[in-house]
Write a protein that binds this ligand. Structure first.
Ligand SMILES: Nc1ncnc2c1ncn2[C@@H]1O[C@H](COP(=O)(O)OP(=O)(O)OP(=O)(O)O)[C@@H](O)[C@H]1O
Ligand SMILES: [Mg+2]
Length: 527
């Protein structure tokens, strides 16, 4: 059989596309050529695959081998086509039955010694394979736990090219056991599965999880965090050093509900492509919390990179929290690049004819000191910055960015009295999380026949048409709009937050008080 086919998946963002690998063996100059828009890593595959085949005890065909990857227009990056190419070559040489390889999707990198290595992006690739009608996928053993997250797929976990080829030939492994282990997606790994990097043991989280109860005083800021968690609204925290901005932001994930199964797979897919999944428990069920450093580049925050486009923090924080601590210290470019995902819920990166999209629907939390010297204690005490220096500093957070922030809070340092007396009153994360869950359920019930789940996601036009607040309750908001205190975008945001406040209180629709409170949060309140 001089011509054979094997299949793999090319990922663009988190979307998988089927790639057909054709291997042709003909008379001519001995060697191997790769055609079909391969990148550098893929071109190196030639030497890797030859070594892997030879070191697996298989025979390398001493003829002219042409390997084509199609569709040619699709850019193919990285080393995850190695296995498909090697199987294609072996099938063309008649060493493995072509029919056995036909219905299988191959996904893995080969070592020079023929070992099958794990790759990134297995979860979205396997999901795409199943979607395109491939019921069986073959991956490296270390990727098996991730591959079986896709319900209904048959996963073949191979250790090496030899075990992959033996499995296709229907031969047992060296000790008589199956050449590769089979799993069914959507089921738990059986106990006997002692695969490297695979374990059902839950991750050893840190023993000390932060709790909202540790945050004393700051009742307004705590309440704002609750509103933002319940409705998926964006939050900015402004205040002097030590007021508890970082402390509060880090506790927001503790009041967010766990991800439902659909969201968990979506979030895990993004982290799979980025290579940031914990190897032991691949499914992410907690909302992610990303706190990139202020020296981070635009590519690190919104995604990018040369060659292989990686998701940035904004996408890794999808369905969770993106926390920009010391926000004015970030590059202006970086902050402004967030405006588009804040609006559309996705990052779009166009590069040499290919458009890559990553979901990025996160809750933004900004923290900032009111001035560059950061010595404000109480009312400007000890601070030597001029008013214009302060304005310039905060001005780095551009107007358009702040316009997208729904809730703006100014914190003051907690007094000694509060620190001593508030211990008994500070609510725990568990108590607040319960209210957040109930409010989210109320919103989800109202939005059940729509694509949205959270108040923060509902477009303004829909809000006006289908869910207007009680008549007359927008009087103050309308006056503020007339006086230019609120932008048109602000009006939509205020109404969304008003709905969340009503949901938290269990009211059927926002009252005048809810709308006024939401307006106060949008304009920025002192505690
Ligand atoms: N409201 C509070 N209740 C209890 N402890 C607090 C509170 N605010 C601050 N602290 C204590 O002060 C520490 C510093 O707070 P945090 O790091 O959140 O300040 P910050 O506002 O982020 O300051 P900076 O602007 O310097 O980053 C916390 O780790 C905590 O121990
Ligand atoms: Mg801080």
């Amino acid at each position: 059989m001089p011509l054979a086919r094997a299949y793999s998946v090319a990922l663009i963002g988190v979307t998988g596309h089927v790639v057909e690998v054709e291997a042709d063996i003909a008379n001519g100059l001995v060697g191997m050529i790769l055609v079909g828009l391969p990148d550098t890593a893929l071109r190196e595959a030639r030497d890797r695959i030859r070594a892997a085949i030879a070191n697996s005890g298989e025979e390398w065909p001493q003829r002219k081998i042409t390997v084509g990857l199609s569709p040619a227009s699709l850019p193919k990056r990285g080393s995850w086509f190695d296995l498909a190419i090697a199987i294609g070559v072996l099938a063309a040489a008649g060493k493995v039955p072509s029919a056995a390889a036909a219905g299988v999707m191959f996904f893995g990198e080969l070592g020079l010694d023929g070992r099958l290595r794990p790759v990134r992006g297995v979860l979205p690739a396997v999901a795409a394979a199943l979607d395109k009608g491939f019921g069986t996928v073959m991956v490296a053993e270390q990727n098996a736990a991730e591959a079986i997250l896709v319900p209904g797929v048959r996963v073949i976990a191979a250790r090496s090219l030899k075990s992959a080829a033996d499995w296709l030939r229907g031969l047992p492994g060296p000790d008589g056991s199956p050449a590769a282990v089979e799993f069914t997606g959507g089921q738990e790994l059986p106990d006997a599965a002692e695969l490297p990097g695979v374990s059902r043991r839950p991750g050893l989280g840190s023993a000390m999880t932060p709790d909202l109860a540790e945050m004393l005083g700051q009742s307004m800021a705590r309440r704002a965090a609750e509103v933002c968690a319940a409705g998926g609204h964006h939050l900015s925290l402004l205040g002097p050093p030590g007021a508890g901005k970082t402390m509060l932001a880090e506790r927001i994930p503790t009041i967010l509900p766990r991800l439902d199964s659909e969201a968990a797979l979506e979030v895990t897919s993004i982290h799979s492509v980025a290579g940031t999944l914990p190897p032991r428990v691949p499914l992410l069920t907690n909302p992610p919390f990303l706190a990139p450093h202020h020296t981070a580049t635009k590519a690190a925050i919104v995604g990018g990179g040369s060659g292989f486009i990686r998701p940035g923090s904004a996408s890794l924080a999808h369905r969770g929290v993106l926390f920009l601590d010391e926000a004015p210290e970030f590059d202006r470019d970086v902050l402004d690049a967030l405006r588009q995902p804040l609006e559309s819920g996705e990052v779009v990166i166009a590069r040499s004819g290919v458009t890559t999209r990553f979901p990025a629907r996160f809750t933004l939390v900004l923290a900032a000191n009111p001035c560059p010297c950061a010595r404000v204690a109480g009312p400007a005490e000890g601070c030597s910055c001029s008013p214009s220096a302060r304005r310039r500093y905060l001005g780095r957070l551009s107007g358009p960015l702040l316009d997208r922030v729904d809730v703006k809070i100014e914190l003051e340092p907690v007094s000694r009295k509060e620190l001593l007396s508030d211990k008994d009153f500070a609510e725990s994360s568990q108590t607040v999380a319960l209210r957040v869950i109930q409010a989210r359920e109320r919103a989800a019930r109202r939005l059940r026949d729509t694509p949205w789940r959270l108040n923060g996601e509902v477009p303004g036009s829909e809000l006006r048409r289908t869910w207007p607040p009680a008549p007359g309750s927008l009087a103050v908001l309308e006056r503020s709009l007339e006086r230019g205190l609120v932008t048109a975008r602000g009006v939509v945001k205020v109404v969304r937050v008003a709905w969340t406040i009503a949901d938290l209180a269990g009211r059927p629709r926002p009252t005048r008080d809810d709308c006024d409170a939401a307006l106060g949060l949008w304009l920025g309140v002192r505690r």
